[in-house]
Design a protein around this ligand. Structure first.
Ligand code: AMP
Ligand code: GLY
Length: 437
């Protein structure tokens, strides 16, 4: 069976790796992939990103189904194009992906369907945004309406910062068209959780919960990033809260999509704030899995991912259940020098474990994996692995507790070296404190 995964990050490496573990003869193409997916047996990189070429490839190779990792191809309409050509693909159509591609659409959608979210207003004029800010107090949050690769949200601790953010987006056009409109919203305090489900248009299958660490530096300091580490499960999500999230967020979102567009298909990721009073509000929707949440979540998945995906593309998710390892999975991102603003490329990576030798280590079970993100093959014979993007590697482990998983992840990460590596040393700290509370 041939499968195709679209994307090039650690999320896509983890998806492809998990698909490969399914029994039977599975071959996974990753487009465009990275050095990790290039080197792994059973995976093959396809150096293609243009949607018409991907459709042709899927037809020519009789790809059983395609999974889309990142948001950009969804925003371009990759699902619409595959479906029009009769090819099976898991993801939302372009219109539904507006839940992620337009913050204003997402906020108005939540309001229409009674989904709890922070109070907000949207502006297309900088002058109006400034005078609105004058009536408000800090902290306050400024969000570019469009996709901005993680750079579109400013949590302003002072009104001066908020005014600067409006000017940067709407006057200096630092984010291009994405910042032509801004959403200004109420600042929420609490603990952030990633709640991801699979939807087949009729049924919803929730995946294990997780928590990301968005700031670059220890103690949640420094600039926002795509995510510096994650773990699953999120201890803050009790069974009662889980049921409430399904009832107040996921089902209303699915019903809303049914009414307004067409039934939602694909992953839906609700970024939630769990507030000190126990209430929940949606910070954002993403139309894909999170990165690095995927790496931690899939590391705990005991079910066959090919089977789950087949049910997902055939509209029969009600016929399957996902089984999870009860242990904690924890992922630590190793990022390049200069990330997130201007990551440096070309630093040689040393000390990477060889996937084959990991398999054969004395521990009967492999308790870690190093997923690749921004890596490329370089050097004389093309066998040297160098940095080629912001987030470079994602070390993922399983442990009997968050503390043990954290210790193991750093043991593995410390074997790997490249110049300028940035990594947080406190991934998991909320969960560890949660157990202490
Ligand atoms: P978003 O892309 O909308 O999830 O925003 C990126 C990050 O900014 C979130 O993960 C939060 O850490 C933070 N954030 C977004 N909205 C708010 C808010 N209303 N209050 C506090 N923090 C927020
Ligand atoms: N880790 C956050 C995201 O994927 O958006």
């Amino acid at each position: 069976m041939k499968l195709l995964v679209i994307g090039s990050g650690a999320r896509e490496h983890a998806l492809a790796w998990k698909l490969l573990q399914s029994p039977g003869n599975v071959k996974v193409f990753v487009a465009p992939g990275n050095a990790g997916t290039a080197l792994e047996d059973g995976l093959e990189n396809l150096p293609v990103t243009a949607i018409p070429e991907l459709v042709d490839f899927a037809k020519k190779e009789s790809i059983a189904f395609t999974i889309v990792g990142p948001e950009a191809p969804l925003a371009e309409g990759i699902v619409d194009a595959f479906r029009a050509a009769g090819q099976k693909i898991f993801g939302p159509i372009k219109q539904a992906a507006r839940l992620e591609t337009s913050k204003d659409f997402a906020k108005a959608f939540m309001q229409r369907h009674g989904i709890p979210t922070a109070a907000y207003a949207t502006f297309a004029s900088a002058a109006e945004a400034h005078s609105y800010l004058d009536e408000k107090a800090a902290p306050i949050v400024i969000k570019a309406d469009g996709l901005a690769a993680g750079k579109g949200v400013v949590v302003a601790m002072t009104l001066a910062e908020a005014h600067d953010a409006v000017d940067a987006m709407m006057v200096a056009n630092q984010l291009g068209d994405a910042g032509a409109r801004v959403v200004i919203e109420e600042f929420l305090e609490g603990e952030e959780v990633s709640f991801i489900v699979m939807a087949d248009g009729r049924h919803v299958l929730p995946l294990a919960t997780s928590q990301d660490h968005k700031r670059l530096k220890d103690g949640d300091q420094g600039p926002n990033t795509g995510g510096m580490g994650a773990y699953s499960p999120a201890p803050v999500i009790t069974p009662a809260l889980h049921a409430r999230i399904m009832r107040e967020v996921i089902h209303p979102a699915m019903n809303g999509m049914d009414q307004e567009a067409e039934p939602y298909t694909g992953f839906l990721y609700a970024g939630l704030m769990v507030m000190p009073n126990g209430g929940i509000k949606v910070l954002e929707f993403n139309c894909r899995m999170g990165d690095p949440e995927t790496e931690a979540v899939l590391f705990r998945l005991k079910s066959n991912l090919v089977t789950l995906m087949e049910h997902a593309v055939n509209g029969t998710l009600d016929k399957v259940e996902a089984e999870w390892d009860r242990r904690t999975a924890l992922s630590v991102v190793m990022a390049a020098h200069g990330y997130p603003d201007s990551p440096r490329k070309g630093d040689v990576i040393h000390g990477l474990p060889n996937p084959a030798s990991v398999e054969a280590s004395e521990t009967s079970e492999k308790d870690f994996y190093v997923f690749h993100a921004g890596t490329a093959l370089d050097g004389e014979n093309g066998r040297e692995i160098v940095t080629a993007g912001g987030r470079v590697l994602c070390v993922t482990v399983l442990g009997d507790s968050v503390k043990l998983a954290q210790r193991r992840a750093y043991e593995v990460a410390e074997q790997i070296r490249f110049d300028g590596c940035q990594m947080r040393h406190d991934i998991g700290h909320w969960a560890i404190n949660h157990h202490r509370r």
